[in-house]
Design a protein around this ligand. Structure first.
Ligand SMILES: C[S@@+](CC[C@H](N)C(=O)[O-])C[C@H]1O[C@@H](n2cnc3c(N)ncnc32)[C@H](O)[C@@H]1O
Length: 187
């Protein structure tokens, strides 16, 4: 069974060094996040992507910052997120959002932590509007002195297969840096 990110290490997720590796504002804009959108950050942790997303989408949009672990969203609350960001606690394969509620769903470093990856992806798909964007970010399958253990990492080809098996159409796959890759897909 894959393990969930250990909340006692939460500061690692909002460390400034992460921005040098993957700038969240630039990354989200380049992948199509725009003013006025409804954005779901599923597995949001303490908000490394959710808070910048709320600034990009502005008051006409909404960010749903969703996580299964209360410690994560408590930290996000302490960071005083803007008013267009709503915090939601979810369950393993259940996201308490209406069907087709969002224009863009981000799964950043969460897919490898889920118990049933296809069920989780299908639940994200249920929340997305037709043609809207799914963006998955994961760790390259290699041994590193940071990130999840090798056995829990998902090979890029395998992640593509899972995303397709959940019913998405893959649009683009790319390396982001030596440790991370992205897969962008449409519902
Ligand atoms: C490695 S952290 C990444 C957090 C954030 N996306 C980031 O990049 O900073 C993974 C997060 O996914 C959450 N998570 C794991 N399984 C989940 C699930 N089934 N549904 C929602 N969140 C989940 C964990 O609680 C944790 O906060």
């Amino acid at each position: 069974m894959p393990h969930k990110f250990e909340p006692t290490n939460i500061e690692l997720l909002i460390n400034n060094d992460r921005i040098k590796e993957l700038n969240p504002v630039q990354f989200l804009r380049e992948n199509g996040l725009q003013e006025g959108m409804c954005f779901a950050d599923i597995g949001c942790g303490p908000g490394f992507f959710s808070i910048p997303a709320a600034h990009i989408i502005g008051d006409k949009g909404m960010v749903y910052a969703i996580d299964i672990q209360e410690e994560m969203v408590n930290k996000l609350k302490q960071r005083r997120p803007p008013e267009n960001l709503k915090i939601i606690i979810s369950q393993e394969n259940t996201i308490p959002l209406e069907n087709t509620a969002v224009d863009f769903a981000l799964l950043a470093f969460v897919l490898h932590e889920t118990e049933d990856r296809i069920a989780f992806l299908k639940e994200a798909k249920r929340c997305l509007r037709p043609q809207s964007i799914l963006l998955v970010v994961e760790w390259e399958k290699k041994i590193e002195d940071k990130g999840p253990p090798f056995e829990e990492r998902i090979e890029r080809d395998e992640a593509e297969k899972l995303i397709e098996a959940a019913g998405f159409k893959i649009q683009e796959t790319a390396s982001l840096n030596p440790s991370h890759y992205k897969i962008k897909a449409r519902k």
